[in-house]
Design a protein around this ligand. Structure first.
Ligand SMILES: Cc1cc2nc3c(=O)[nH]c(=O)nc-3n(C[C@H](O)[C@H](O)[C@H](O)COP(=O)(O)OP(=O)(O)OC[C@H]3O[C@@H](n4cnc5c(N)ncnc54)[C@H](O)[C@@H]3O)c2cc1C
Length: 323
């Protein structure tokens, strides 16, 4: 990997529909509030601009990463080498064609949920209370105990590394618990998704959204976090990780292992919900990862269970931190 970030930034800035910044601090783009600089941070406002950037980085061998709202990201203190793409403008549009909603990958889930309620369309509520964008939610198969995004996806539109446009059916998205094919195949950038909803009572949907959002705001830990840090492990080694079936609670395992309140620097395991790691203010990404590794080690020692990260760990990490 060899590229000159200034040259890359200058060349990408020539394309229509893009805004480019050099050495953009990723701490400003993650809910954990940590992360060093992205070499070249590109806001792309339309599909033509995105295709141009993708073709450029692919032919010049420049690494790239797409981010949504950074609600599930732990970015290293050293930052991210190459190009970081953020989808704005056209990618934030949401359109209703009953009973479907078409939403750009950069649209917030809350925006989609509110529009669905205004249009008397039900089905988006379980996902509409989760922080983040449509693109990030599809990659993570985000949701709550009431339902996951895969249950309402009709199809997903994406662009591959050659700039070709693809439409993937729900089955082709390879959804499973907190996962999708997009985690295994990062050559695809999601541009939009179509959701299949059903007729509902807008006032009731709005009431439900407000109630759940209020409950989450009151009951979830306060402070900077990425939500649940670890996936819930399957109840037995033979069982597949179920969407809604029987699985263990990672939070309970961490609490029972005595990890609540454990800290490294300004990173702490929440006293309210043990699966949340909170940045109390000045935590570094290194503090957070070291604490998460402490938690994994202690839970493994006490229960024999190996916790798997739900949070996506990205960027340039030094070997001693990773090990
Ligand atoms: C307080 C809090 C509570 C939370 N509660 C929940 C919850 O109840 N349920 C739940 O499921 N999650 C929860 N989360 C986690 C988070 O909200 C979800 O994982 C969400 O889907 C992340 O969306 P994002 O847009 O922020 O994606 P990011 O964190 O920015 O990215 C996530 C992954 O998607 C990739 N990506 C993003 N956009 C695209 C794209 N267009 N094309 C290809 N790849 C892309 C990124 O590269 C990364 O690998 C919570 C987080 C917080 C901070």
């Amino acid at each position: 990997m060899s590229f000159d970030a200034t040259v890359v930034a200058e060349e990408i800035a020539r394309f229509d529909g893009v805004r480019v910044r050099l050495n953009e601090p990723m701490s400003a783009h993650t809910t954990l509030g940590v992360g060093g600089p992205a070499d070249v941070y590109v806001e792309v406002a339309d599909e033509e601009g995105l295709v141009s950037v993708i073709r450029y980085v692919s032919t010049h061998d420049v690494p790239r990463l797409v981010v949504g709202d950074g609600a599930n990201l732990l970015v290293s203190d050293r930052g991210i080498r190459g190009v970081v793409l953020s989808l704005v403008g056209d990618f934030q549009r949401v359109k209703v064609e009953e009973p479907y909603i078409e939403a750009g990958a950069g649209a917030r889930l809350s925006t989609v949920a509110d529009l669905a309620a205004d249009s008397n369309l039900a089905g988006f509520e379980p996902v509409g209370v989760v922080p983040g964008t449509v693109g990030g939610a599809i990659v993570m198969n985000a949701g709550t105990h009431a339902g996951y995004i895969d249950q309402i996806v009709r199809d997903v539109h994406a662009i591959d590394e050659l700039g070709n446009k693809l439409v993937l059916s729900r089955d082709e998205c390879g959804f499973s618990y907190r996962s999708s094919r997009f985690q295994r195949d990062d050559s695809l950038i999601i541009t939009k998704a179509v959701f299949r909803l059903h007729p509902g009572d807008g006032a009731e949907i709005r009431k439900l959204l407000e109630r759940v959002r209020r409950h989450r705001a009151e009951s979830q830990p306060r402070g900077k976090s990425a939500g649940c840090f670890f996936k819930n492990p399957p109840a037995s080694s033979s069982s597949e990780q179920p969407q809604s079936g029987y699985c263990l609670s990672a939070g309970k395992l961490i609490e029972q292992a005595g990890c609540k309140g454990l800290s490294r620097g300004d990173a702490v395991v929440s006293e309210v919900h043990a699966n949340f790691i909170i940045n109390r203010g000045n935590a570094t990404a290194r503090d957070i990862l070291a604490l998460a590794e402490d938690v994994r080690r202690i839970v493994k020692e006490k229960t024999g269970i190996e916790l798997e990260y739900e949070v996506r760990i990205v960027g340039e990490w030094s070997e001693e931190v990773k090990s």
